[in-house]
Design a protein around this ligand. Structure first.
Ligand SMILES: N[C@@H](CCC(=O)N[C@@H](CS)C(=O)NCC(=O)O)C(=O)O
Length: 378
């Protein structure tokens, strides 16, 4: 992993995007990168300028602009978040955040190459340059943020792990982990989910038969055909699966004494690329700031013509705009709101129809007691 980080730094300094982790580089290359940065102490003014320029050129941001398309990793099997359609397109909350990012960077929400990834594949896909960013029901954790070599953007959906059983199996009165002693519990591999449930079972002193599958479609199929007593994952996914897949002859019950974890979901990308991170992060913040100010897809044109506040004027590309200094077009966030929408537009399009609500939850705006809070556009 250390080797990968050094390779990435080297690639950035050379103005290349890292496209493969197995480049055959050895410690001498790492030494070169270290040497060039220690040289900078001899003439710090000149060299620091060079480093800034090289870093901007080497950013994934420049690569996306040059390519004219954003490679965005999604699930493809996340009901409400990203579901692959028969024509290959993606529909969902995460898929719309891919589109929003493309609208900000490229001015075109359709300039997205969606890459469906299983949970186990997703981080390698970023590290090898197969995707620029993941919007894939991905939980921000300490190890992913450090050892795995990712950086995380603002949380777009505050989730928590829940359990679901069939009421007919005697789980109608079940409320939490204490009630599943001896059960076959199913989830997908490479997730926080499998670790959390193992920890929770240990903490309760119960024993479970934990079975993991490659993707969550297989998990749900196994649950439907009776191979699993319990399925567990992010609560949003259980609500989505129940809404869409509960057979007429079954009654699925989400246990009330859950969540058993915090699952802050949001964008993640390779670490130490500030220019790209800023572009992704401020795309998300723009959707939240617009939402906080009541500026949505339907009224954004009026807001550009007549900004209700100075902050909205700046955000949409008017006087004092800050987007140019980030390497984006002045109207980057106007394009986001106009082509994709604000946070509520995106939430209401994909999650509200599943019965997921913001009111009273962490996903409400901070002004309504929630945790959706963006720093000021100033
Ligand atoms: N948030 C957890 C779980 C992510 C996860 O894989 N969730 C399931 C349920 S939303 C999923 O995306 N399934 C779709 C699939 O496996 O392709 C993590 O980051 O590890």
């Amino acid at each position: 992993m250390q080797k990968h980080l050094l390779l990435r730094l080297l690639a950035v300094l050379l103005g290349f995007t890292l496209v493969a982790s197995a480049c055959g580089d050895d410690d001498s290359d790492s030494g070169e990168a270290a040497d060039s940065s220690s040289d900078s102490s001899d003439d710090s003014a000149d060299d620091s300028e060079d480093v800034v320029e090289a870093t901007q050129d080497g950013s994934v941001l420049a690569a996306v602009v040059a390519r004219g398309e954003l490679n965005c990793g999604v699930s493809g099997a996340g009901v409400g978040f990203s579901v692959t359609q028969p024509d290959g397109s993606q529909v969902g909350f995460d898929a719309d955040y891919c589109r929003a990012t493309a609208a900000a960077i490229l001015g075109d929400a359709d300039a997205v190459n969606f890459v469906p990834l299983t949970a186990a594949e997703r981080f390698t896909a970023v590290q090898t340059g197969q995707v620029d960013v993941l919007f894939r029901n991905t939980t921000w954790t300490q190890s992913r943020d450090t050892d795995v070599g990712m950086d995380f953007g603002p949380t777009t959906y505050f989730d928590g792990q829940q359990l679901m059983g069939r009421a007919g199996d005697g789980f109608s009165g079940a409320s939490g982990v204490a009630d599943i002693d001896g059960a076959v519990v199913c989830t997908n591999a490479g997730t926080t989910t499998e670790k959390n449930i193992a920890d929770a079972a240990d903490a309760e002193g119960i024993s479970i038969d934990l079975q993991t599958f490659e993707d969550f479609n297989q998990v749900t199929d196994a649950f439907i055909n009776g191979a699993c007593d319990i399925i567990t994952t992010d609560g949003s996914a259980l609500v989505g699966r129940k809404a869409e897949q509960q057979p007429a002859d079954q009654e699925w019950a989400i246990f009330p004494a859950t969540p058993i974890s915090k699952e802050p979901l949001g964008p993640t990308y390779g670490q130490n690329d500030s220019a790209f991170a800023d572009a992704v992060n401020w795309t998300v913040y723009a959707t939240m700031i617009a939402d906080e100010n009541g500026i949505n897809q339907a009224n954004v044109d009026g807001a550009v013509a007549n900004p209700p506040t100075a902050e909205i004027g700046r955000l949409l590309g008017g006087e004092g705009e800050l987007q140019s200094a980030m390497g984006l077009s002045a109207d980057a966030f106007y394009q986001v709101i106009s082509q994709v929408g604000n946070y509520s537009d995106i939430f209401d399009r994909h999650l509200t129809p599943l019965g997921i609500t913001r009111e009273g939850s962490a996903n409400a705006q901070w002004t309504d007691g929630g945790l959706i809070y963006a720093p000021p556009a100033r």
